[in-house]
Design a binder for this molecule. Structure first.
Ligand SMILES: [Zn+2]
Ligand SMILES: [Zn+2]
Length: 176
């Protein structure tokens, strides 16, 4: 969605927006994402003394693959955003003395929400997704999903501190 700055300038109350955006094409770029449902976006846009403020919430459900057990699960991605814009010709007034990088300069008379939404989406994707904080993962020997069943494989898990202790005992044994 694009918002015309002249439209914001002429209105007294904030412009409310609610729409959905299809970001499913982005799934290709992130191997951990299987599917992206259309993103719900809700927010407001206002103008104050030449500055445009756009804020809101975006929400979508991602179908992801758990990095531990490799099964698919749904992940709710919800992010709030708040961005400031200023038209390019006034931009210098803001950036020169404040060095404020959080204000985006507008090349024309419209604010493109797609850029904000895409940015927010990307920074909020879990990079190592897990279906559940206590996912047991797969057995390293036979590949059984340990959340669903158990197996009889013997996987020795020695606490590194205990391993040191074990070494010490072995040395004692040899001395005897
Ligand atoms: Zn899992
Ligand atoms: Zn096993």
């Amino acid at each position: 969605m694009k918002i015309k700055t002249w439209e914001l300038k002429k209105r007294k109350d904030p412009l409310k927006f609610h729409y959905t955006e299809d970001l499913s094409a982005l799934a290709k770029e992130f191997p951990q994402i299987k599917k992206i449902t259309p993103v719900n976006i809700n927010g407001t846009a206002t103008e104050l003394a030449g500055l445009y403020k756009v804020k809101g919430v975006m929400e979508t459900t991602l179908s992801m693959e758990c990095s531990k057990c490799l099964s698919d699960f749904d992940y709710l991605l919800k992010a709030e955003f708040e961005e400031l814009f200023v038209s390019e010709e006034v931009e210098t007034n803001f950036t020169d003395d404040e060095d404020d990088e959080t204000i985006h300069a507008l090349e024309n008379d419209e604010i493109d929400l797609a850029t904000i939404i895409e940015e927010q989406f990307i920074v909020n994707i879990p990079f190592i997704p897990v279906c559940n904080t206590d996912c047991k993962g797969l057995c390293v020997v036979c590949g059984t999903n340990l959340n669903e069943e158990t197996c009889d494989c013997k996987v020795e898990k020695i606490d590194p501190r205990l391993a040191d202790l074990q070494k010490w005992f072995d040395q004692m044994d040899r001395k005897e």
